[in-house]
Ligand binder design. Structure first.
Ligand SMILES: C[S@@+](CC[C@H](N)C(=O)[O-])C[C@H]1O[C@@H](n2cnc3c(N)ncnc32)[C@H](O)[C@@H]1O
Length: 332
């Protein structure tokens, strides 16, 4: 028997990339910044963007349907969500993260190859040398994510009581800068690969936190993070890049770098023990299949075991409002 709701479910998933494409193109063309304020007519928008009038009207109408724009008497205006997250000078701007999802389409289009071979598709065209433009786009995308999460994490971890933080694989230092701004007694170090630390230094300088947030360039698989220096080590979105054995080694080095009574905090897209939920975590695992040599999303059970094996006590989990969760381990 035909079930219309099942057909609708299949349809919805099958054409969801159409919706994504509309958002990608509109964000890349920066439509939302252009019309912020009083809005603009299609004619003006097409003239300013140098796009085809008929096509522009179609995409603007789709954006209305997707609730990113309103249309009142031929004038298109942003909705609340676009004003908050899609206008470039908003502190909560998410356009770089959306652009990053757009960039990922290259290798997502080769998912069948990855499933067949078990190998990543991100490195098809050879070399893994650093593409500076892509790296900056990636790091900015991570910054967009951190910008909407750092406040909640600061509150939920009660970071007021900590004085010395290592932001391991901290990207441009979004969390370290924000935490040190909130807690005037805190000093922080951002550790990341040398090519990223260049970008981190720029961010720290721009944010006026040079005296409070330092940097250390290195490879967390090869280099030490120091001995008994920190009362908190924050490991955000790093472990999904590596395989379990490597993660155990990284966590052991976190242990070594912590003072007694210090804590390690892991942020990840935490899966259930069957690894079937939540949806974003399961899809992110495929993203790691295609984008890394050996990464994956992991379950709470797996990560808890790594932490316990290294010696951490009192391992517990803190849920966040969005897709990620925190796992905390205490060094006695
Ligand atoms: C997904 S990003 C997360 C950035 C930041 N922690 C956050 O949550 O916004 C992963 C970070 O890990 C860094 N990274 C990956 N492998 C690394 C390694 N072997 N040593 C140091 N940093 C590494 C990357 O350069 C990148 O900044």
């Amino acid at each position: 028997m035909n079930k219309p709701e099942d057909i609708e479910y299949l349809n919805e998933i099958s054409y969801s990339y159409w919706k994504a494409q509309v958002l990608f193109v509109a964000t890349d063309m920066d439509v939302f910044t252009l019309i912020a304020g009083n809005g603009k007519s299609c004619k003006v928008i097409a003239r300013r963007l140098r796009t085809d009038l008929r096509a522009t009207e179609m995409i603007l109408n789709a954006l209305v349907s997707l609730k990113f724009l309103r249309k009142i008497k031929e004038i298109y205006r942003n909705t609340a969500i676009s004003n908050r997250y899609l206008v470039k000078d908003s502190p909560l701007y998410q356009g770089d993260r959306i652009h990053h999802f757009h960039n990922l389409m290259d290798y997502w289009s080769k998912l069948s190859d990855a499933v067949r071979t078990g190998k990543p598709t991100a490195y098809d065209n050879a070399e893994e040398e650093v593409d500076e433009k892509r790296l900056r786009e990636f790091i900015r995308a991570m910054h967009n994510i951190g910008a909407v999460q750092a406040g909640e994490i600061y509150r939920k971890l009660h970071l007021k009581k900590y004085y010395s933080l290592l932001d391991l694989a901290g990207g441009q230092g979004t969390y370290a800068v924000r935490f040190a701004k909130e807690n005037p007694k805190m000093k922080a170090v951002v550790f990341d690969l040398p090519e990223v630390i260049k970008i981190t230094r720029e961010h720290i300088k721009e944010s006026g936190m040079k005296g409070k947030v330092a940097t250390k360039a290195g490879d967390c698989l090869k280099d030490s993070f120091g001995k008994e220096l920190y009362d908190i080590v924050f490991v955000s979105n790093l472990l999904h890049i590596y395989r379990p054995g490597e993660n155990r080694k990284i966590l052991k080095k976190c242990w070594d770098s912590l003072l007694k009574k210090g804590i390690v905090v892991v942020q990840e897209f935490v899966l259930n023990s069957a690894k079937t939920q939540p949806l974003f975590g399961t899809l992110f695992s495929l993203n790691m299949l295609m984008g890394t040599h050996r990464g994956s999303s992991y379950s709470y059970v797996e990560m808890k075991e790594w932490l316990k094996d290294v010696g951490f006590k009192n391992v517990k989990r803190v849920n966040l409002e969005l897709d990620s969760g925190l796992i905390i381990g205490h060094k006695p």
